[in-house]
Design a protein. Structure first.
Length: 292
């Protein structure tokens, strides 16, 4: 984990949320550094010299779709500048096209070459993770790790909780997103805690018990029928709460840094956001006025 900078620790700058339909300059730079090291840096280069020259030609003619006869007429510096300009000025999705192209062009002649080529892929995946990209690379395909409907659930839960004066719910959700998306020092364990705490907070509001645990609040909702809640759904969130609370769960796994990762935190945030939206709609249907 990278140490937070002063501006982040002081709350002056905030980490970016998941990058879904965009690539910011930091992510472009990280991906460029991996790309540069693989193809151009003589001290770091990840792939075989003879194959590298062939890749230059393929990159020029098959990816950039430039005339092949021109490549012999330009200097290496101009070639390099053309590639770099494409990387930093091109549309965000073309950068991911390029990563897939490079992957498809890698040699598969022997295990040594495979391992050398995979170093670039590992570096690219790390760049995506470190910069909170909404995508990862799976078997050579840039694949979304989240989608627009999931992002919509999170955004709706944050908006609706704010609109209905649910300050605690709103703060837990925003904190969960912030902790998960901090590209310098992601805190997935505490993000998960914040996500489930958002559920606990809205359930307390529904049953009007400020200090109720999630389990107690769900039981009260079931008994009083203040909100129509399916037993299986109730049991599911009780189990999730138990997972985050028991001795081996998230809330107590302070020293186990590998106990959870971005995928776990994202799943919990999306699920809890969806449940918040569900409870708000069910409560409103039952005549509960959160703004009263």
């Amino acid at each position: 984990m990278k140490k937070k900078r002063f501006s982040e620790r002081m709350g002056i700058t905030a980490p970016k949320a998941i990058q879904f339909n965009d690539i910011d300059n930091d992510l472009r730079t990280d991906l460029w550094n991996a790309f540069y090291s693989a193809l151009f840096d003589n001290n770091v280069r990840f792939i075989d010299e003879s194959y590298r020259k062939g890749l230059y030609s393929d990159l020029w003619s098959k990816f950039l779709m430039r005339q092949l006869d021109l490549i012999s007429a330009i200097s290496m510096k101009r070639y390099f500048d053309e590639i770099k300009n494409f990387f930093f000025e091109g549309e965000w999705y073309r950068i991911y096209d390029l990563i897939e192209f490079i992957y498809d062009q890698f040699p598969v002649m022997n295990e040594t070459e495979k391992r050398q080529s995979m170093i670039f892929i590992i570096e690219a995946i790390k760049s995506l993770e470190d910069n909170s990209s909404g995508y990862t690379l799976i078997n050579g395909v840039v694949t979304p790790i989240t989608n627009e409907s999931e992002i919509s659930e999170i955004e709706t839960a944050i908006t609706e909780s704010d609109k209905n004066n649910m300050d605690g719910v709103n703060e837990h959700l925003k904190t969960a997103l912030k902790l998960m998306s901090d590209k310098k020092n992601p805190d997935c364990r505490n993000s998960i805690k914040e996500s489930i705490s958002a559920i606990e907070s809205i359930c307390r509001i529904i049953v009007e018990k400020e200090n109720a645990t999630l389990g107690d609040a769900l039981n009260t909702i079931e008994k009083t029928k203040k909100v129509e809640l399916h037993p299986a759904l109730k049991k599911g969130y009780e189990s999730i709460y138990g997972y985050t609370s028991d001795a081996n769960g998230i809330r107590h796994a302070i020293n186990d840094k590998d106990a959870c990762d971005f995928a776990d935190a994202k799943y919990m945030l999306v699920s809890c956001s969806a449940f918040v939206n569900y409870l708000i709609m069910k409560s409103q249907k039952a005549g509960i006025n959160f703004n009263a």
